[in-house]
Design a protein. Structure first.
Ligand SMILES: [Fe+2]
Length: 188
């Protein structure tokens, strides 16, 4: 994850020049070994950058299989082109449920990728706003993976471990922050 080659390729994927006209390098964010034992729960469909509370685009997540991962082993699925939708909100620690339920057009208009079948060493990379999730691990094998990620060097308010993640934020309430305009459903 610290090699020049990997850093250069990851920076090209972000393409932040398009946004600001300047070249902003990436910073190592976090890496971890992930184990999903047999029967482990699936992942609610979410966007990583929204969960983390990153204050800008540019976060990248690499997910590398350490052992074969079949579709039944909680293999991730991605909503095609969903990173272009921008932040859709954090869903962890939330009674509103996952993004596919909140935004049905993610599936009907953009479509879900097939579950990926990884061989050891296979790796996917997804944008911080790519909507993704997966089913529970219904096999008798553990899912082993190695996750590492990068974030733009100037990302603020969060270093990957501080307790200020997006999913820990609370909604504004009607008492202190009343709604000023309700959608006119007849015209909508
Ligand atoms: Fe994720």
């Amino acid at each position: 994850m610290f090699s020049q080659r990997m850093a250069k390729n990851a920076t090209r994927l972000v393409d932040r020049k398009r946004l600001k006209g300047v070249d902003i390098p990436l910073r190592y964010r976090i890496d971890m070994l992930l184990l999903k034992p047999p029967g482990a729960a699936g992942a609610t469909y979410h966007q990583d950058a929204s969960e983390h509370g990153s204050d800008r685009v540019g976060e990248l997540q690499f997910w590398l299989a350490l052992a074969e991962v079949t579709a039944e082993m909680s293999a991730m699925r991605f909503v095609n082109h969903s990173h272009r939708e921008g932040p859709l909100g954090s869903v962890f620690n939330d009674d509103k449920g996952d993004l596919l339920e909140q935004f049905p057009m993610l599936t009907s208009e953009l479509g879900l990728s097939a579950p990926f079948h990884y061989q050891p060493g296979d790796c996917t990379v997804h944008h911080g706003y790519t909507v993704h999730g997966g089913p529970e691990n219904t096999t008798d094998k553990a899912r082993w993976s190695y996750l590492f990620s990068y974030s733009p060097v100037d990302t603020r308010y969060w270093n990957g471990s501080t307790r200020n993640w997006g999913s820990e934020r609370k909604r504004l309430g009607d008492r202190d922050n009343p709604i000023v305009h309700l959608q006119d459903t007849e015209k909508a």
